[in-house]
Design a protein around this ligand. Structure first.
Ligand code: ATP
Length: 237
């Protein structure tokens, strides 16, 4: 579904990603682990079209999307849940979800938004209870749920998740990952960047290890979880 070949990207003159290649198959859950600063966020932002790569190619469903805008990628079914959630704080939960469907609402009011919102509420009942609250007043976990729900409103087929566990208690992390696994079981393809490597590897079929902007290992999630090198470097074991 997603194929990345030799991607080079960075900021200004600084190259952060050095020829990164990876794949996500349809319906697959893939994780990207690596230390702080390894380039996970840079990679996801480049895949979402927020950073222009200086070399390499990105294919989605066989089409070259390397030079497409973020909104054109969204239209094709590629959505990013950004690091730090970035919900619209003064807007209500419902309004945040509507913003996720904005591309579909404009220029003509599209069908199905209410139904999609109900789907998000079924997935995250806590959001339904707080539908008229300002997003900025939600807990960190609820904001993460809202950020995922907002992305789902765009009806993506591949979800890029940047550090969904960031700043959340272990119990809330379990809850978020249970929902992520459920989405995957229902057919959603996923690419998840995580510093919480053990949680990510346990939830993903395949994992890539990123270090200093390059892929240094990849393999089945279960294999990486039991690999001595990965355990020492990323699991603190
Ligand atoms: P984290 O978990 O902290 O987000 P990461 O693996 O996602 O880490 P990136 O955020 O992609 O890593 O950062 C990779 C490198 O790019 C780091 O050296 C970082 O300092 C640099 N970097 C990140 N954002 C910018 C920016 N806006 N301008 C310049 N350099 C940046």
């Amino acid at each position: 579904m997603l194929e990345v070949e030799g991607l080079v990207a960075g900021y200004g003159g600084t190259e952060v990603l050095h020829a990164v290649s990876l794949k996500v198959a349809r319906g697959q859950s893939v994780c990207l682990i690596g230390a702080n600063g390894a380039g996970k966020t840079t990679l996801l932002r480049t895949l979402a079209g927020l950073i222009r790569p200086t070399a390499g190619r990105i294919f989605f469903d066989g089409a070259d999307i390397t030079n497409l805008s973020t909104s054109a990628r969204l239209s094709r079914g590629l959505a990013l849940v950004p690091e730090g959630r970035r919900v619209f704080a003064p807007m209500t939960v419902e309004e945040n979800l509507e913003m996720g469907a904005f591309r579909r609402l404009w220029p003509r009011r599209a069908q199905g938004v209410a139904g999609d919102r109900d789907m998000v509420f079924a997935l995250f009942p806590r959001l339904a209870e707080r539908r008229r609250q300002a997003a900025g007043l939600l807990s960190g976990g609820e904001q993460q749920m809202l950020a995922i729900g907002r992305a789902l409103m765009g009806r993506p087929r591949l979800l890029l998740l940047d550090e969904p566990s960031m700043g959340l208690s272990p119990k809330v992390v379990q809850e978020i990952f249970a929902t992520i696994r459920r989405l995957n079981a229902e057919g959603m393809s996923l690419l998840i960047a995580e510093q919480n490597a053990s949680m990510a590897l346990r939830s993903a079929a395949h994992g890539y290890v990123l270090a200093e902007g390059a892929v240094v290992r990849d393999g089945a999630g279960a294999d990486l979880l039991h690999d001595d090198g990965v355990r020492a470097a990323y699991l603190g074991l």
